[in-house]
Design a protein around this ligand. Sequence first.
Ligand SMILES: [Zn+2]
Length: 586
Amino acid sequence: MTNATEEIKSKLDIVDVLKNYLELKPAGKNFKTVCPFHREKTPSFMVSPERQSWHCFGCNIGGDIFTFLMKYENIEFFEALKILAEKAGIELKKINPAGEKQFGVLYDINEEAKFFFHHRLKESELFKNYLKNRGLKEETVAEFELGASPSGWDELLVYLVNKNFDPQDILRAGLVVKSEGRGTYFDRFRRRLMFPILNSSGKTVGFSGRILPEFEAEEKMGKYVNSPETPIFFKHKLLYGFDKSKAFIRESKQAVLVEGQMDLLMSWQEGVKNVVASSGTALTEDHIKSLSRFADEIIINFDSDEAGFAAGERAIDLIHKTDLSAKVLSLEGVKDPAELAVKSPGKLKNLIAEAIPAMEFFFRRYLSLAKESVKELKKSVRLALSKIKIMPSAVERNFWLKELSKKTGVPENTLLEEMSSLSFSTLSIKKNNFLSDSPTPLVEESFTRKELLSQKILSQTVLKGIAALEGFEEMIAEKFKDVLLHFKKGLPADKQSLPAQASELSTTNPELDHLLELVYLKSGLDEEENLDELKKQLRIEHLKGLKEKLFNEIKLAAADGKIDKESLLSEFYRVSRELDEVVNGI
Ligand SMILES: [Zn+2]
């Protein structure tokens, strides 16, 4: 697949691609912006047109256009390949026939099936009446391309085979099921209202089918049937309606999360367009991640029974952990947004505006018990504190501690003490490894403080010339020694400044190339950084390291008895004194 990625990369410019997602500002030879992957006010996300790469110095990740798109849109490699190939005007069939056979055909089959179902709906009075009774307008049905699956055993199968699709591929797309006995294929969806599920770039990847009420009694497969997981359909990542609503979510910075497809469609009709549905599956960290690119706040609604509360509580915890705000929407006794839209048209918008912060909701629920006894108070307060503790922002934690103190009469300090004694919530978030089989791995680094300082100082050298490093060369971290050597080697004695572009310094060593690239990207970012202060910090790190090394040698000498401890000790004192002087600015 690497050839396909190379060909696409040669046709697309990283700046053009990323401009569709980020506001890039020029920074020397590079571009910078605030990072979409972590919260920040000042930019540390750099894009290098000459290297066709990006890197965030805040969360220390970087890569190319593929890794960017996969991470930003939260999609798999093949989806990114498809989107970028389209952008580059390249036909995937030609450059990537194997991948196309494996994945591309699945998109085509789902697209064709959507067309089939949609036309069946148009012909069926039964289905059209059902939708009308539920309050769905024709234009909504058309916009979301709802469909109907016929009652026959293999009508879709026959249709698709006539369109020259291989039954094996139709099976892989999840649209037919293989019978256990004779191994024949039959349609997975029958007599169901069909909701096509589109991925965030608007491609049909699967379906959710609801049985019509008149067939419910005799149906064995359940009220709802979904496409199974396929190479292009990932339930834990997809949100129903997101392809259409994301522009509205971006605009309002707010997402309304509902449960069912019908809830979404009815909300949409009510003019609430910043809406997504988890389509009956439990909310995942991936869902939240997708939303977090566009929204600061997620408004959720859940059933008022215990099971509904448990699901809602879990969702709120996930949202808070991702550093987004959560609000709870109360529907005042109505079952769901779809029912509300029918019973009280126009009311949903008002109720959304009245949604309360999730923490407020927790307080109301937990603290209603608190008045009974000290034991109850302790239990309730601990529950509330366990929710506050999840929040990554200290400012927010502080705010809610104050609120909790007001509501319970327990002093803030006491609450803080109680909170720190609580072990962290056992809620575990699965680590995302969706990049594991990608041919363009996401580069993730962790540098020591000394390495970070060395990187910054070398970046300053790019701007100010090699002379700026005088007296500091031996302090540069080991990892960056080769970069320094390279800087010195490549320059004639009379030339004060370094080449303007990292590419002019390209070597045959990929690791060195990468470090050079980071140093150059950083130089566009840190133009204003004070070199003297950086040098002071590096000297401190250097002396600290030296001191520790001497200390260990002295320990060894003491155990050994033969080594000359005296000279080590005097060296140790000298370094300690120098460190004190630097720290105190003498
Ligand atoms: Zn970042």
